[in-house]
Design a protein around this ligand. Structure first.
Ligand SMILES: [Zn+2]
Length: 336
């Protein structure tokens, strides 16, 4: 009897609050389920953390000096300039910097946009994560590309400082090579990596300014390109002050306690809380929060002939555990 009552109350509540079923879907589900880029010409729309891209190109999963990782995420897509820059960095680093090749992490989804997991940025095809682990001298299997972990550059994995047995001069040359390209606006690295670069880098220090300390970024670094020509809808980020190498006050702040303190809890309300008005929109990002063009990007056709590089390979499942031992089998085996 009690259950019947509870059920009736529940049903009553459900009819009283009908809005949820009509809420628009999260934009990350719409963009996260796109498997192909659009056929349009390459254009980024919006800002690095609120936008999308049409006409994205895929980084081939293998090149002479790179291998793409975590292929199941399908985030190998970017503006063609981003893809070209990754390939160029991989060649230059192998030729000049003693870095055998790049392991490339996330770029963007086929049509950019918000992702189901991980990054806030990487939405307009102009951000790319490069592992701080050099490419091995063999082709990794698809399965290994899912499973292999990158190596932390930090001392004991948890301090603010790099372990110089892991963070080597070749890492430093790779970072400065990436920073040297005019297409690159910023490179995000852990503050400990920035500190090591400030102390150790003996070459031209102009581009040190592009290395920006940020949380995370000790397994990988993150390259961000300027908005590209031909993308009038791309919103630029504020400029980096190239006259400040960032090794002074800014680095000192990152190495202080302040950025690492947990946020203060809100003070308790003085008056009893008023009932909150019913939200008029969902709390998550929806399509209409993105630039208008992103709705058209979602609807646009894929290229009639998808380039081979854009096809996502089927990732084999992990090998099944071996069958349990069934005990000694007599030979010859009895029939039946
Ligand atoms: Zn990133």
């Amino acid at each position: 009897m009690r259950w019947i009552k509870a059920f009736a109350v529940l049903m009553g509540l459900m009819t009283a609050v009908p809005a949820f079923a009509e809420d628009p879907p999260p934009a990350k589900i719409l963009f996260g389920s796109e498997t192909t880029p659009t056929a349009s010409k390459p254009q980024s729309y919006g800002f690095y953390n609120k936008g999308c891209i049409g006409g994205a190109e895929a980084l081939p999963i293998d090149g002479p000096t790179w291998q793409a990782m975590r292929l199941s995420r399908n985030r190998r897509f970017g503006h063609p300039d981003t893809i070209a820059l990754i390939e160029k960095l991989s060649r230059d680093a192998a030729q000049y910097d003693g870095w055998p090749g790049l392991l490339v992490g996330d770029i963007s989804q086929p049509r950019g946009g918000p992702m189901l997991s991980g990054h806030a940025s990487h939405q307009v095809g102009l951000d790319a994560d490069i592992w701080l682990t050099p490419m091995p001298n063999r082709t990794l299997s698809l399965r290994e590309r899912e499973d292999i972990s990158a190596v932390s550059m930090l001392k004991n994995d948890g301090t603010l400082f790099v372990d110089k047995t892991k963070f080597t001069p070749a890492h430093e040359r790779l970072l400065m090579r990436a920073a040297s390209y005019p297409e690159v606006q910023r490179i995000f690295v852990h503050p400990g990596i920035k500190k090591a670069m400030c102390e150790d880098w003996k070459g031209d220090r102009t581009n040190l300014a592009k290395l920006r300390p940020y949380y995370g970024h000790y397994y990988h670094f993150h390259i961000r390109l300027f908005c590209r020509p031909g993308s009038p809808g791309c919103t630029a980020q504020n400029a980096v002050d190239m006259k400040d190498d960032g090794c002074g006050a800014n680095l000192a702040w990152w190495l202080s306690d302040e950025p690492w303190r947990p946020a203060k809890p809100a003070p308790p309300p003085k008056e009893p809380a008023k009932p909150k008005p019913k939200p008029t929109r969902p709390s998550y990002t929806i399509l209409s929060d993105l630039p208008k063009a992103c709705a058209a990007v979602l609807d646009a056709a894929a290229p009639a002939n998808l380039p081979a590089a854009a096809l996502t390979p089927k990732i084999p499942l992990p090998p099944l555990a071996p069958w349990p031992e069934i005990g000694p089998v007599p030979t010859p085996r009895p029939a039946g």
